[in-house]
Design a protein around this ligand. Structure first.
Ligand SMILES: Cc1ncc(COP(=O)(O)O)c(C=O)c1O
Length: 386
Protein backbone atom coordinates (compact mmCIF):
# COMPACT_ATOMS: atom_id res chain seq x y z
CA UNK A 1 0.00 0.00 0.00
CA UNK A 2 1.13 3.53 -0.68
CA UNK A 3 0.64 6.10 2.04
CA UNK A 4 0.27 9.86 1.88
CA UNK A 5 3.52 11.70 1.19
CA UNK A 6 2.09 14.76 2.90
CA UNK A 7 1.70 12.88 6.17
CA UNK A 8 4.77 10.68 5.75
CA UNK A 9 7.15 13.63 5.91
CA UNK A 10 5.77 14.99 9.18
CA UNK A 11 8.03 14.71 12.23
CA UNK A 12 6.66 13.52 15.55
CA UNK A 13 6.01 16.33 18.06
CA UNK A 14 9.30 16.61 19.95
CA UNK A 15 7.59 18.19 22.94
CA UNK A 16 5.01 15.43 23.29
CA UNK A 17 7.68 12.76 22.72
CA UNK A 18 9.98 14.07 25.42
CA UNK A 19 7.15 14.52 27.92
CA UNK A 20 6.05 10.93 27.18
CA UNK A 21 9.56 9.60 27.78
CA UNK A 22 9.79 11.53 31.07
CA UNK A 23 6.43 10.07 32.15
CA UNK A 24 7.57 6.56 31.27
CA UNK A 25 10.72 7.01 33.39
CA UNK A 26 8.60 8.32 36.28
CA UNK A 27 6.31 5.33 36.05
CA UNK A 28 9.28 3.00 36.19
CA UNK A 29 10.22 4.58 39.51
CA UNK A 30 12.88 7.10 38.46
CA UNK A 31 13.05 10.45 40.21
CA UNK A 32 12.31 12.61 37.17
CA UNK A 33 11.77 16.35 37.46
CA UNK A 34 9.90 17.73 34.47
CA UNK A 35 10.24 21.31 33.33
CA UNK A 36 8.87 20.37 29.93
CA UNK A 37 5.15 20.99 30.38
CA UNK A 38 3.23 23.06 27.89
CA UNK A 39 0.27 23.39 30.20
CA UNK A 40 -0.64 25.01 33.52
CA UNK A 41 -0.24 22.65 36.48
CA UNK A 42 -3.41 23.86 38.22
CA UNK A 43 -6.78 22.09 38.26
CA UNK A 44 -9.50 23.68 36.15
CA UNK A 45 -11.29 26.20 38.41
CA UNK A 46 -14.31 24.70 40.18
CA UNK A 47 -16.99 27.05 38.72
CA UNK A 48 -15.96 25.95 35.23
CA UNK A 49 -16.04 22.27 36.15
CA UNK A 50 -19.46 22.80 37.78
CA UNK A 51 -20.81 24.27 34.52
CA UNK A 52 -19.73 21.04 32.81
CA UNK A 53 -21.50 18.91 35.43
CA UNK A 54 -24.62 21.01 34.91
CA UNK A 55 -24.42 20.55 31.14
CA UNK A 56 -24.31 16.78 31.64
CA UNK A 57 -27.20 16.71 34.08
CA UNK A 58 -29.26 18.94 31.78
CA UNK A 59 -28.65 16.52 28.91
CA UNK A 60 -26.56 18.89 26.79
CA UNK A 61 -24.70 15.89 25.47
CA UNK A 62 -25.69 15.61 21.83
CA UNK A 63 -24.11 17.02 18.69
CA UNK A 64 -24.07 20.79 18.55
CA UNK A 65 -23.85 23.06 15.51
CA UNK A 66 -20.53 22.08 14.01
CA UNK A 67 -18.95 25.53 14.49
CA UNK A 68 -20.05 25.60 18.13
CA UNK A 69 -23.04 26.51 20.28
CA UNK A 70 -24.41 29.98 19.45
CA UNK A 71 -24.01 31.11 23.08
CA UNK A 72 -20.26 30.46 23.04
CA UNK A 73 -19.71 31.89 19.55
CA UNK A 74 -21.56 35.00 20.64
CA UNK A 75 -19.49 35.30 23.83
CA UNK A 76 -16.25 34.96 21.84
CA UNK A 77 -17.40 37.51 19.24
CA UNK A 78 -18.50 40.07 21.80
CA UNK A 79 -15.45 39.53 24.04
CA UNK A 80 -13.04 40.04 21.15
CA UNK A 81 -14.98 42.91 19.67
CA UNK A 82 -14.80 44.71 23.02
CA UNK A 83 -11.16 43.81 23.57
CA UNK A 84 -9.93 45.06 20.20
CA UNK A 85 -12.50 47.78 19.64
CA UNK A 86 -13.56 46.11 16.39
CA UNK A 87 -16.69 44.28 15.28
CA UNK A 88 -16.86 40.51 14.74
CA UNK A 89 -20.19 38.78 14.34
CA UNK A 90 -21.06 35.38 15.71
CA UNK A 91 -20.86 33.89 12.20
CA UNK A 92 -17.19 34.89 12.01
CA UNK A 93 -16.33 32.68 15.00
CA UNK A 94 -15.58 28.95 14.86
CA UNK A 95 -15.17 26.97 18.05
CA UNK A 96 -12.85 23.99 17.55
CA UNK A 97 -11.20 21.07 19.31
CA UNK A 98 -8.44 23.22 20.77
CA UNK A 99 -6.63 26.20 19.29
CA UNK A 100 -4.48 23.66 17.48
CA UNK A 101 -7.37 22.61 15.28
CA UNK A 102 -8.42 26.24 14.78
CA UNK A 103 -4.93 26.90 13.41
CA UNK A 104 -5.05 23.84 11.22
CA UNK A 105 -8.37 24.64 9.54
CA UNK A 106 -7.37 28.29 9.04
CA UNK A 107 -4.12 27.31 7.34
CA UNK A 108 -5.88 24.66 5.26
CA UNK A 109 -8.43 27.20 4.07
CA UNK A 110 -5.85 29.84 3.18
CA UNK A 111 -3.23 27.97 1.19
CA UNK A 112 -2.86 26.14 -2.09
CA UNK A 113 -0.16 23.56 -2.85
CA UNK A 114 3.22 25.27 -3.10
CA UNK A 115 2.18 28.43 -1.24
CA UNK A 116 4.89 29.82 1.00
CA UNK A 117 4.04 30.75 4.57
CA UNK A 118 6.40 32.81 6.71
CA UNK A 119 7.12 31.38 10.16
CA UNK A 120 9.22 33.59 12.46
CA UNK A 121 11.78 31.65 14.51
CA UNK A 122 11.60 30.35 17.15
CA UNK A 123 8.21 29.00 16.08
CA UNK A 124 5.72 26.79 17.84
CA UNK A 125 6.46 23.14 16.94
CA UNK A 126 3.27 22.44 15.03
CA UNK A 127 3.26 25.40 12.59
CA UNK A 128 5.65 23.95 9.98
CA UNK A 129 3.95 20.56 10.12
CA UNK A 130 0.51 22.13 9.64
CA UNK A 131 1.71 24.12 6.64
CA UNK A 132 3.33 21.00 5.15
CA UNK A 133 0.25 18.85 5.76
CA UNK A 134 -1.82 21.15 3.59
CA UNK A 135 0.76 21.27 0.83
CA UNK A 136 2.34 24.61 1.70
CA UNK A 137 6.01 25.48 2.11
CA UNK A 138 7.17 26.93 5.43
CA UNK A 139 9.75 29.69 5.02
CA UNK A 140 11.76 31.32 7.80
CA UNK A 141 13.22 34.81 8.09
CA UNK A 142 16.99 34.90 8.55
CA UNK A 143 16.95 36.82 11.80
CA UNK A 144 14.17 38.39 13.83
CA UNK A 145 10.84 39.05 12.21
CA UNK A 146 10.38 42.69 11.22
CA UNK A 147 9.13 44.82 8.38
CA UNK A 148 12.16 44.08 6.22
CA UNK A 149 11.95 40.32 6.62
CA UNK A 150 8.25 40.38 5.80
CA UNK A 151 8.82 42.49 2.67
CA UNK A 152 11.62 40.17 1.56
CA UNK A 153 9.53 37.02 2.12
CA UNK A 154 6.54 38.52 0.33
CA UNK A 155 8.76 39.51 -2.61
CA UNK A 156 9.85 35.86 -2.73
CA UNK A 157 6.24 34.68 -2.87
CA UNK A 158 5.09 34.29 0.75
CA UNK A 159 1.29 34.56 0.97
CA UNK A 160 0.88 34.70 4.74
CA UNK A 161 2.60 34.91 8.12
CA UNK A 162 1.95 33.34 11.51
CA UNK A 163 2.46 35.54 14.55
CA UNK A 164 2.47 34.24 18.12
CA UNK A 165 2.85 36.69 21.01
CA UNK A 166 3.51 36.02 23.83
CA UNK A 167 5.62 33.41 22.12
CA UNK A 168 5.92 29.74 22.76
CA UNK A 169 8.84 28.95 23.24
CA UNK A 170 10.39 32.29 24.23
CA UNK A 171 7.66 34.19 26.11
CA UNK A 172 8.67 37.16 23.97
CA UNK A 173 6.30 40.13 23.75
CA UNK A 174 7.12 42.75 21.10
CA UNK A 175 7.03 46.46 21.73
CA UNK A 176 4.30 48.56 20.13
CA UNK A 177 6.91 49.97 17.70
CA UNK A 178 8.03 46.47 16.69
CA UNK A 179 4.45 45.44 16.12
CA UNK A 180 3.76 48.56 14.07
CA UNK A 181 6.79 47.81 11.93
CA UNK A 182 5.47 44.29 11.26
CA UNK A 183 1.92 45.50 10.65
CA UNK A 184 2.98 48.19 8.18
CA UNK A 185 4.87 45.61 6.12
CA UNK A 186 1.83 43.31 6.17
CA UNK A 187 -0.31 46.20 4.96
CA UNK A 188 2.15 47.10 2.18
CA UNK A 189 2.61 43.56 0.93
CA UNK A 190 -0.99 42.35 1.17
CA UNK A 191 -0.16 39.03 2.81
CA UNK A 192 -2.59 37.46 5.30
CA UNK A 193 -1.91 36.98 9.01
CA UNK A 194 -2.83 34.33 11.53
CA UNK A 195 -2.31 35.75 15.00
CA UNK A 196 -2.04 32.95 17.56
CA UNK A 197 -3.04 34.70 20.78
CA UNK A 198 -3.32 31.60 22.96
CA UNK A 199 -1.01 33.12 25.63
CA UNK A 200 -2.41 36.64 25.42
CA UNK A 201 -3.88 36.51 28.92
CA UNK A 202 -0.64 35.15 30.36
CA UNK A 203 1.28 38.38 30.00
CA UNK A 204 3.29 39.90 32.86
CA UNK A 205 3.41 43.43 31.49
CA UNK A 206 0.74 45.79 32.81
CA UNK A 207 0.41 47.17 29.30
CA UNK A 208 -0.44 43.71 27.89
CA UNK A 209 0.64 42.28 24.55
CA UNK A 210 0.63 44.66 21.58
CA UNK A 211 -1.63 43.23 18.88
CA UNK A 212 -1.42 43.66 15.13
CA UNK A 213 -5.07 44.75 15.03
CA UNK A 214 -4.49 47.37 17.70
CA UNK A 215 -1.81 49.08 15.67
CA UNK A 216 -3.46 48.49 12.26
CA UNK A 217 -7.22 47.83 12.63
CA UNK A 218 -7.47 48.13 8.84
CA UNK A 219 -5.84 44.66 8.60
CA UNK A 220 -8.87 42.97 10.14
CA UNK A 221 -10.15 41.56 6.82
CA UNK A 222 -7.04 39.49 6.26
CA UNK A 223 -6.12 38.74 9.84
CA UNK A 224 -7.44 35.66 11.60
CA UNK A 225 -7.19 35.61 15.37
CA UNK A 226 -6.82 32.34 17.28
CA UNK A 227 -7.23 31.84 20.99
CA UNK A 228 -8.87 29.52 23.48
CA UNK A 229 -9.37 28.58 27.09
CA UNK A 230 -6.60 25.95 27.36
CA UNK A 231 -3.83 28.04 28.89
CA UNK A 232 -5.73 30.94 30.48
CA UNK A 233 -8.14 28.76 32.47
CA UNK A 234 -6.04 25.61 32.80
CA UNK A 235 -8.35 23.66 30.50
CA UNK A 236 -5.93 21.94 28.13
CA UNK A 237 -7.73 18.59 28.28
CA UNK A 238 -11.15 20.08 27.55
CA UNK A 239 -10.08 20.88 23.99
CA UNK A 240 -11.73 24.20 23.28
CA UNK A 241 -10.12 26.79 21.04
CA UNK A 242 -11.60 29.30 18.64
CA UNK A 243 -10.84 31.59 15.76
CA UNK A 244 -12.26 34.83 14.43
CA UNK A 245 -11.78 35.78 10.80
CA UNK A 246 -13.58 37.20 7.81
CA UNK A 247 -16.83 35.61 6.64
CA UNK A 248 -15.40 33.70 3.65
CA UNK A 249 -12.40 32.36 5.58
CA UNK A 250 -14.69 31.18 8.38
CA UNK A 251 -17.14 29.64 5.89
CA UNK A 252 -14.35 27.54 4.37
CA UNK A 253 -12.71 26.64 7.68
CA UNK A 254 -16.14 25.84 9.13
CA UNK A 255 -16.89 23.44 6.25
CA UNK A 256 -13.60 21.65 6.79
CA UNK A 257 -14.37 21.29 10.48
CA UNK A 258 -17.87 20.02 9.71
CA UNK A 259 -16.43 17.23 7.57
CA UNK A 260 -13.62 16.29 9.95
CA UNK A 261 -14.28 16.62 13.69
CA UNK A 262 -17.82 18.09 13.63
CA UNK A 263 -18.41 20.09 16.79
CA UNK A 264 -15.97 20.14 19.70
CA UNK A 265 -17.20 18.38 22.85
CA UNK A 266 -20.61 19.81 23.84
CA UNK A 267 -19.89 19.65 27.57
CA UNK A 268 -16.56 21.43 27.18
CA UNK A 269 -18.27 24.18 25.22
CA UNK A 270 -20.63 24.91 28.12
CA UNK A 271 -17.66 24.89 30.48
CA UNK A 272 -15.75 27.30 28.22
CA UNK A 273 -18.79 29.58 28.16
CA UNK A 274 -18.75 29.70 31.97
CA UNK A 275 -15.06 30.65 31.78
CA UNK A 276 -15.65 33.45 29.25
CA UNK A 277 -18.62 34.75 31.23
CA UNK A 278 -16.20 35.38 34.10
CA UNK A 279 -17.18 32.66 36.57
CA UNK A 280 -13.53 32.02 37.50
CA UNK A 281 -11.87 35.43 37.27
CA UNK A 282 -10.48 35.21 40.82
CA UNK A 283 -8.84 31.86 40.07
CA UNK A 284 -7.54 33.17 36.74
CA UNK A 285 -5.89 36.11 38.50
CA UNK A 286 -4.37 33.79 41.11
CA UNK A 287 -2.89 31.52 38.44
CA UNK A 288 -1.46 34.51 36.59
CA UNK A 289 0.16 35.78 39.79
CA UNK A 290 1.57 32.33 40.53
CA UNK A 291 3.14 32.24 37.05
CA UNK A 292 4.57 35.72 37.51
CA UNK A 293 6.18 34.68 40.81
CA UNK A 294 7.58 31.52 39.24
CA UNK A 295 8.91 33.52 36.30
CA UNK A 296 10.78 35.73 38.77
CA UNK A 297 12.05 32.72 40.70
CA UNK A 298 13.33 30.78 37.69
CA UNK A 299 14.95 33.84 36.12
CA UNK A 300 16.82 34.65 39.30
CA UNK A 301 18.01 31.02 39.66
CA UNK A 302 19.02 30.69 36.00
CA UNK A 303 20.88 33.98 36.01
CA UNK A 304 23.55 32.27 38.15
CA UNK A 305 24.33 29.90 35.30
CA UNK A 306 27.09 31.44 33.25
CA UNK A 307 26.54 29.13 30.32
CA UNK A 308 22.92 30.18 29.86
CA UNK A 309 21.90 33.34 28.07
CA UNK A 310 18.25 34.33 28.02
CA UNK A 311 15.82 37.22 27.99
CA UNK A 312 13.29 37.49 30.77
CA UNK A 313 9.99 36.21 29.31
CA UNK A 314 7.15 38.75 29.53
CA UNK A 315 4.47 36.17 28.83
CA UNK A 316 3.61 32.45 28.63
CA UNK A 317 5.48 30.09 30.98
CA UNK A 318 8.78 29.29 29.34
CA UNK A 319 12.38 30.48 29.46
CA UNK A 320 14.18 30.02 26.16
CA UNK A 321 17.89 29.95 26.86
CA UNK A 322 20.88 29.76 24.63
CA UNK A 323 23.52 27.34 25.88
CA UNK A 324 26.88 29.01 25.47
CA UNK A 325 29.32 26.43 24.20
CA UNK A 326 32.00 26.36 21.54
CA UNK A 327 30.35 25.73 18.18
CA UNK A 328 26.63 25.02 18.03
CA UNK A 329 24.99 22.88 20.63
CA UNK A 330 23.04 19.81 19.46
CA UNK A 331 20.05 20.56 21.65
CA UNK A 332 18.29 17.20 21.18
CA UNK A 333 21.42 15.33 22.23
CA UNK A 334 21.86 17.73 25.16
CA UNK A 335 18.28 17.23 26.40
CA UNK A 336 18.42 13.45 25.91
CA UNK A 337 21.61 13.19 27.98
CA UNK A 338 20.21 15.56 30.61
CA UNK A 339 17.14 13.33 30.99
CA UNK A 340 19.23 10.16 31.28
CA UNK A 341 21.92 11.53 33.60
CA UNK A 342 20.11 14.08 35.74
CA UNK A 343 16.52 12.92 35.25
CA UNK A 344 15.48 16.41 34.21
CA UNK A 345 13.11 16.87 31.26
CA UNK A 346 13.29 20.06 29.19
CA UNK A 347 12.70 20.61 25.46
CA UNK A 348 15.42 21.06 22.82
CA UNK A 349 15.42 24.30 20.84
CA UNK A 350 15.64 22.32 17.60
CA UNK A 351 11.92 21.54 18.02
CA UNK A 352 11.28 25.28 17.58
CA UNK A 353 13.72 25.84 14.74
CA UNK A 354 16.35 27.30 17.07
CA UNK A 355 19.31 24.95 17.43
CA UNK A 356 21.58 25.76 20.36
CA UNK A 357 18.68 26.66 22.65
CA UNK A 358 16.66 24.88 25.33
CA UNK A 359 13.11 25.56 26.52
CA UNK A 360 12.55 25.37 30.26
CA UNK A 361 8.94 25.46 31.41
CA UNK A 362 8.00 27.08 34.70
CA UNK A 363 4.53 25.58 34.76
CA UNK A 364 5.76 23.58 37.75
CA UNK A 365 5.96 23.89 41.54
CA UNK A 366 8.60 26.12 43.16
CA UNK A 367 10.21 22.98 44.52
CA UNK A 368 10.51 21.41 41.05
CA UNK A 369 11.80 24.68 39.61
CA UNK A 370 14.54 24.85 42.26
CA UNK A 371 15.47 21.19 41.92
CA UNK A 372 15.31 21.33 38.11
CA UNK A 373 17.64 24.34 37.90
CA UNK A 374 19.99 22.67 40.39
CA UNK A 375 20.19 19.58 38.16
CA UNK A 376 20.63 21.64 35.02
CA UNK A 377 23.51 23.57 36.63
CA UNK A 378 25.19 20.36 37.78
CA UNK A 379 24.82 18.87 34.30
CA UNK A 380 26.27 21.96 32.62
CA UNK A 381 29.26 22.00 34.94
CA UNK A 382 29.84 18.25 34.52
CA UNK A 383 29.58 18.45 30.74
CA UNK A 384 31.66 21.54 30.06
CA UNK A 385 33.72 22.60 33.05
CA UNK A 386 35.59 19.54 34.18
C1 LIG B 1 1.59 28.67 20.58
C2 LIG B 1 0.51 27.66 20.78
N1 LIG B 1 -0.55 27.72 19.96
C3 LIG B 1 -1.57 26.85 20.08
C4 LIG B 1 -1.55 25.85 21.04
C5 LIG B 1 -2.68 24.88 21.08
O1 LIG B 1 -3.57 25.09 22.11
P1 LIG B 1 -4.75 24.05 22.38
O2 LIG B 1 -4.29 23.18 23.50
O3 LIG B 1 -5.93 24.89 22.74
O4 LIG B 1 -4.97 23.26 21.15
C6 LIG B 1 -0.45 25.75 21.91
C7 LIG B 1 -0.38 24.67 22.90
O5 LIG B 1 0.66 24.27 23.36
C8 LIG B 1 0.59 26.69 21.78
O6 LIG B 1 1.65 26.65 22.59
Amino acid sequence: MQYSRNIGHLSPSATLQLSAKAKEMLQSGRDVVSLSAGQPDFPTPAPIAEAAFRAISEGKTGYTASSGIPELRKAVASGYSARRGLEWSQSEVIVSCGAKFSLSILIASAINPGDRVLLPRPYWVSYPEMVLTWGGIPVYPEGDINGDSIRKAAAEGAVGVLLNYPSNPSGYVPTVEEMRNIADAVADTGIWVISDDIYEDLCYLDSGTPHILDVRPDLKERTAVVSGVSKTYSMTGWRIGYCLCNAEWSRLAGMLQAHTTSNPCSISQWAALAALEGSAEAQRAEMLQAFRNRRDLICSLLSNEERLQFERPEGAFYVFARVLVEGTLDSAEFCGELLEKEELAIIPGSAFGAEGYIRISFAASDEDIREGVRRLGRFLRGRYDT
